[in-house]
Design a protein around this ligand. Structure first.
Ligand SMILES: *Cc1c(COP(=O)(O)O)cnc(C)c1O
Length: 368
């Protein structure tokens, strides 16, 4: 018997996480590079100070005010008529999704996704004793509905988890695909993870539009990316009221602290200002995709605040070359690909210079 007496399936498992390195240019975890303005910081500070005066009491367990605020925001971001009882929140959308697995997965049940997909999903499945099955996508990362239908028929999953825009590819799902999945699995939960929803290109719809049609559809969002609030840990979802209600059974008591509720509420009051950076980042994203293509790289279409590019025979050497030049990106996705988060124009300038230098140095080495 090993010590400590970990569950067998957890023995020898490394905790998940991108390296947190002290590097001048961090483009590896899809953070928003623009910190909150002085006005936002001041409003957060005032709201948190108010909350602090009552910290001897437990917070509002149902975070009613925050749910109303989030519902109102969603109705400006692709949703219509979403009400507070259709909204649920937790400490990051990672916790929201863990709660979904706790409520709707479990022993004897299966969750599926289609690779390449978010690397955290199999961990929620493992932690909740849910069977994990990963199908695949087409080689260009578009969704293979025929393959998905076969896999679904074979495994009858209790949950489907799909990011749209997808991480790590950046590609979004069409309404037809989401609708078809909801229809194939009327008794299961279909989770569309819109962590990057606000970054989608013009004309790309949000799954929020489909909520009135499908009672089994769940759309998750986060304040970590578009709202530039990764440090606050606030994720949320929109779904039918009975799904939100079910999550109240598995959540820990008072899981959302008064400080978190105050912070998120203040951020919502400044949504317009915080989201202004999204416009900036979408433009910088499109410029980055074009530049990479001009350099002869293959780049997946991106509706997110990052792009996946390649293909490199030795992607680790390219990643290391960038790191040696002070630019941290992410070695993720299928073999040969790398992912870069979109930063400020200065940061993207540093990225472009570092990539060009790295590839030139590698060519020179090869020809020596
Ligand atoms: C970043 C990200 C999230 C957000 O996680 P939080 O816990 O809200 O910070 C969710 N899903 C995907 C696919 C992501 O890339």
């Amino acid at each position: 018997m090993t010590w400590p007496p970990l569950r067998t399936e957890l023995q020898g498992v490394e905790p998940y996480g991108a390296p947190q390195l002290d590097v001048p240019v961090c483009l590896n975890v899809n953070e928003n590079p623009y910190p909150p303005s002085a006005a936002v910081v001041a409003d957060i500070a005032t709201s948190v100070a108010q909350a602090a005066s009552t910290l001897n009491r437990y917070p509002d367990r149902e975070f009613t005010e925050l749910r109303s605020g989030l519902a109102a925001y969603l109705n400006t971001s692709g949703g219509t008529g979403i009400t507070a009882d259709q909204v649920w929140a937790a400490n990051g959308s990672n916790e929201v999704m863990l709660q979904l697995l706790q409520a709707f997965g479990g022993p004897g049940r299966t969750a599926v996704s289609f690779a390449p997909t978010y690397s955290m999903y199999p961990e929620y499945a493992r932690d909740t004793n849910t069977t994990w099955v990963a199908g695949r996508r087409h080689d260009d990362f578009s969704f293979d509905l025929d393959h998905a239908a076969l896999l679904i028929a074979e495994h009858a999953p209790a949950l489907v988890l799909l990011p749209s825009p997808n991480n790590p590819t950046g590609t979004a799902l069409e309404h037809d695909v989401i609708g078809k999945l909801c229809e194939l699995l009327p008794e299961s939960i279909v989770v569309i993870d819109e962590a990057y929803g606000e970054f989608r290109r013009d004309g790309v719809p949000s799954a929020l539009e489909l909520l009135p049609t499908y009672r089994n559809l769940v759309v998750t969002r986060t304040m970590s990316k578009a709202f530039a609030l990764a440090g606050a840990r606030l994720g949320y979802l929109a779904a039918a009221p009975e799904i939100c209600d079910a999550l109240r059974v598995v959540r820990l008591p008072y899981h959302l602290s008064a400080v978190t509720q105050a912070t998120a509420g203040a951020a919502l009051r400044h949504a317009d200002e915080l989201l202004a950076s999204v416009t900036e980042l979408r433009a910088e994203r499109d410029r980055t995709v074009s530049w990479l293509r001009e350099q002869g790289h293959t780049v997946a279409d991106s509706d997110a605040n990052f792009c996946l590019f390649g293909l490199f025979a030795d992607r680790h050497a390219v990643w290391q070359g960038l790191l040696d030049r002070g630019v941290l990106i992410r070695e993720t996705g299928p073999a040969g690909w790398l992912r870069v988060s979109i930063g400020t124009p200065d940061e993207m300038g540093a990225f472009k210079d570092a990539l060009t230098e790295t590839l030139t140095a590698m060519l020179t080495e090869e020809s020596l």
